[in-house]
Design a protein around this ligand. Structure first.
Ligand SMILES: [Ca+2]
Ligand SMILES: [Ca+2]
Ligand SMILES: [Ca+2]
Length: 256
């Protein structure tokens, strides 16, 4: 009996230890959860097939789904309606610590052009299972920003994120992280992480069809500790980065 109780205690401790490790590993996720304390108002309108989403200077938190459906979370309200087919998406979130998720949800979300500006503040953008057929332009402005790209599970199987035309990312000052998984970049890729100790990772499970047109620029500072990049291939143009052998969880925002 005593032995059983001991075992249970030990197991409990082991579980707690595993949970602690997990919590550390998903530290970023825990930070993201804080963003749920959002507020402000986001205006939504459609003009000639362009979905225009405009935030305010508060911490806005929105999800954009198939067909251009925009939902506010954590106290962010959404005004306006969208009619007709959405081909292009333009998002401007202005100041504040904004959170934007574009999620394919149960289907495949395809846009022609995607433009996102998140301005000042520590912003977080998630692009999940979305395909862009023409140009993608993302500017996260100053602040400690994160761009996270991944595929998504659908009833029809796993759907990767895909970018057919030019893909351009600028993250400005601040400690930024560009993390991508299960993504296909078919054309030119131009990533500029700007001032601050930034990170880029995800080469293991993503594809670049034109490596000769792929450029990752970490920006200043140069040297150690500088911007970290994980497992980038030699076929890419990599500027102002130091190779970082670990995984993504140690990149972006790491202390000097
Ligand atoms: Ca905002
Ligand atoms: Ca920002
Ligand atoms: Ca930066």
């Amino acid at each position: 009996m005593e032995a059983k109780v001991m075992n249970r205690k030990l197991n409990y401790r082991a579980v707690k230890r595993v949970l602690a490790v997990l919590a550390f590993a998903v530290g970023l996720n825990l930070a993201w959860a804080i963003r749920l304390q959002a507020s402000g108002n986001v205006e939504v309108r459609e003009q000639d097939g362009v979905l225009v989403v405009t935030g305010d200077d508060s911490d806005n938190n929105i999800i954009i789904q198939e067909g251009g459906l925009v939902t506010g979370r954590g106290g962010t309200t959404v005004n306006g309606t969208v009619q007709g087919v959405i081909r292009d998406v333009v998002i401007r979130m202005r100041g504040g610590d904004d959170f934007v998720r574009i999620d394919a949800g149960p289907g495949t979300t395809i846009f022609r052009n995607l433009k996102i500006e998140t301005g000042m503040g520590d912003d977080m953008i998630e692009i999940l299972g979305v395909r862009v057929t023409d140009e993608t332009q993302i500017d996260t402005g100053d602040g400690n920003d994160i761009l996270f790209i991944d595929g998504v599970r659908t009833p029809f199987g796993f759907s990767r994120s895909g970018f057919t035309g030019n893909f351009a990312l600028e993250t400005g000052s601040g400690r930024d992280l560009f993390e991508f998984h299960n993504a296909i970049f078919r054309g030119e890729v131009d990533v500029r992480l700007g001032f601050g100790i930034d990170g880029a990772c995800g080469f293991e499970d993503s594809e670049f069809e034109r490596p000769d047109l792929v450029r990752f620029d970490g920006g200043p500072p140069s040297g150690f500790p500088g911007d970290g990049i994980v497992n980038a291939g030699l076929e890419f143009t990599i500027i102002d980065f130091e190779d970082f052998p670990d995984d993504c969880s140690f990149l972006g925002g790491r202390d000097i």
